[in-house]
Ligand binder design. Structure first.
Ligand code: ADP
Length: 490
């Protein structure tokens, strides 16, 4: 009999995405299917999710109804994530039926009731995993509840402190980014529907309030994060951001499992978003994509290196350093195209930089999935100067597309990119450039080194081939999650 896992997240492709979490939550079900694990995904019923499910849902008989889910009427609808994988949608209009983004209003401010919106998601997940609904007379409980990030982490606390039934449900919490912890004031505790015992140092209490990620981390049977290096890094104060003590205390219950990439979505040989498809055997064809990108961004046409960046514009991503290094990059004959959105001050500096270097630097503010594919297919190198990076996906897409990653040596970036040092070049296994520290000198030196490698066409194309042949599919990571689930339910 296959293992049944309920994966609960606040976003999942192809229905709703603000970052890498959605890519991972969307890819897990297919990644685990070949390991005998049946993953059902639970998502909040945002307008976009309900719209994607179509008109039929209006007539659907709910799989379960809550008169009051932390005060909100809610019902459970069923569908598919991408036409195949089973999906459950928590339809609670007072919580989720709003214009704006999943976590913020139209002006970019966090919704004031995010604690209720996501505690309700956790409560619903715990109920469902515990067997809240039946199909053809059979309760549909789950063996494992897998919660992603603070928005889902309360699920593990509910399973521990206020389970729906006596049925044993193993719980896993995955940290996709320790910087987002979901802390809320103590006044919400009374509304969470948890017993007083949950207000404890090893429970939900955190710095005098409720720490939702912390609650999940201390309650789950296993805690995972998305790369081995980040799993080590978060044992220190700098990366643990207050939760390092808990990570250390959880000891062997903490695992680092790298994210994979969805090869159906990110494969230059089949990608419908790009001008010219190619593989590592037909690297020459990439130049059509480079020309198309130059035209799309209004850049000068030339054969010099074209850097790209596709990113949230935040301090984490080191994007405050990028405007400073533009002059250096352009001075050496490089060009840069950037796609991003985020911090207004960083946006301003980048726009200023672009206007200083017409034809050499172009930026596009906003979120554009198709363009992100065209950039990976046409760029020569992708710059990722993150100060911390739990796993990172854009370097994996860069590797798959032969767009050489130039990365800070941290977290998943350190685990997935092989620096073109003399040993790696001699062994023909280099796939990118790594540097230490995120500041002007380090990033500028990495750009210089990348340019020097680019100026040696044989070396560069070998690196591209190595990169494209590296396997960061879900094969190994799917197996690692399947093993973890099996251990927890043995
Ligand atoms: P994070 O989740 O911290 O933002 P990741 O590298 O793990 O970083 O994942 C980011 C994901 O979001 C990738 O799929 C990347 O291509 C995508 N992305 C980021 N910014 C943009 C943007 N402005 N337009 C399109 N896609 C973007």
């Amino acid at each position: 009999m296959s293992l049944k896992v309920l994966s609960v997240a606040s976003e999942a492709v192809p229905l709703v995405k603000t970052g890498g979490l959605a890519d991972v939550a969307g890819a897990l079900p297919a990644a685990l299917a070949s390991h005998g694990v049946e993953v059902t995904t639970l998502l909040p019923g945002y307008p976009a999710v309900l719209a994607a499910m179509g008109m039929a849902i209006r007539r659907q008989r709910p799989a379960y109804v809550w008169d009051s889910l932390l005060g909100a009427p809610a019902r459970l609808l069923t569908g598919t994530l991408d036409g195949a994988q089973p999906l459950l949608v928590l339809d609670a209009p007072s919580l989720y039926a709003r214009d704006g983004a999943p976590y913020t209003d139209g002006a970019g401010r966090d919704w004031a009731d995010n604690w209720r919106r996501f505690a309700a998601l956790g409560r619903a997940a715990a109920d469902i995993a515990g067997g809240a609904f039946s199909k053809r007379g059979k309760p549909q409980g789950f063996d494992v509840l897998h919660a992603h990030d603070w928005q889902a982490a309360m699920a593990a606390a509910y399973v521990r402190y206020a389970p729906f039934s006596q049925q044993r449900v193993a719980s896993v919490v995955t940290i996709h980014n320790m910087a987002f912890q979901g802390w809320h004031g103590p006044e919400i505790f009374g509304q969470l529907g948890l017993p007083a015992a949950a207000w404890a140092l090893d429970g939900v209490e955190y710095h005098g309030g409720v720490g939702m990620l912390k609650a999940g981390m201390s309650s789950a049977d296993a805690v995972t994060t998305v790369s081995p290096t980040y799993a080590r890094e978060i044992r220190s104060a700098h990366f643990g951001m207050g939760l390092e003590g808990l990570i250390v205390a959880r000891g062997n219950a903490v695992h680092g499992i790298l994210n994979g990439i969805d090869a159906h979505v990110w494969n230059p040989a089949t990608d419908r978003e790009i001008a010219q498809r190619y593989s590592h055997r037909t690297l020459d064809k990439r130049r059509h994509n480079k020309r198309a990108l130059e035209v799309e961004f209004g850049l000068d046409e030339d054969d010099g290196p074209l850097f790209i960046a596709v990113t949230r514009l935040t301090w984490q991503k080191g994007m405050d350093v990028l405007p400073e290094v533009l002059d250096h990059l352009v001075g050496l004959g490089g060009r840069l195209v950037l796609l991003g959105a985020g911090d207004a001050a960083i946006e301003r500096e980048l726009l200023k930089g672009a206007s200083r270097h017409p034809g050499r630097v172009a930026v596009r503010m906003g979120y554009d999935e198709g363009l992100s594919h065209r950039m990976q297919a046409g760029g020569d190198a992708i710059l990722i100067p993150s100060r911390f990076e739990p796993c990172g996906l854009t370097q994996l897409y860069g590797l798959a597309y032969g767009c050489i990653p130039v990365v800070a040596r941290t977290g998943g970036l350190a685990d997935t990119v092989i620096d073109a040092n003399p040993a790696a070049l001699a062994a023909d296994c280099a796939t990118g450039v790594q540097f230490d520290g995120v500041h002007y000198d380090a990033v500028a030196a990495a750009i210089t080194r990348t340019m020097q490698l680019y100026a040696q066409p044989a070396v560069w194309s070998q690196m591209q081939k190595n990169a494209m042949r590296a396997d960061f599919s879900w094969k190994a990571s799917g197996k690692a999650y399947a093993q973890l689930y099996a251990e927890l339910t043995a």
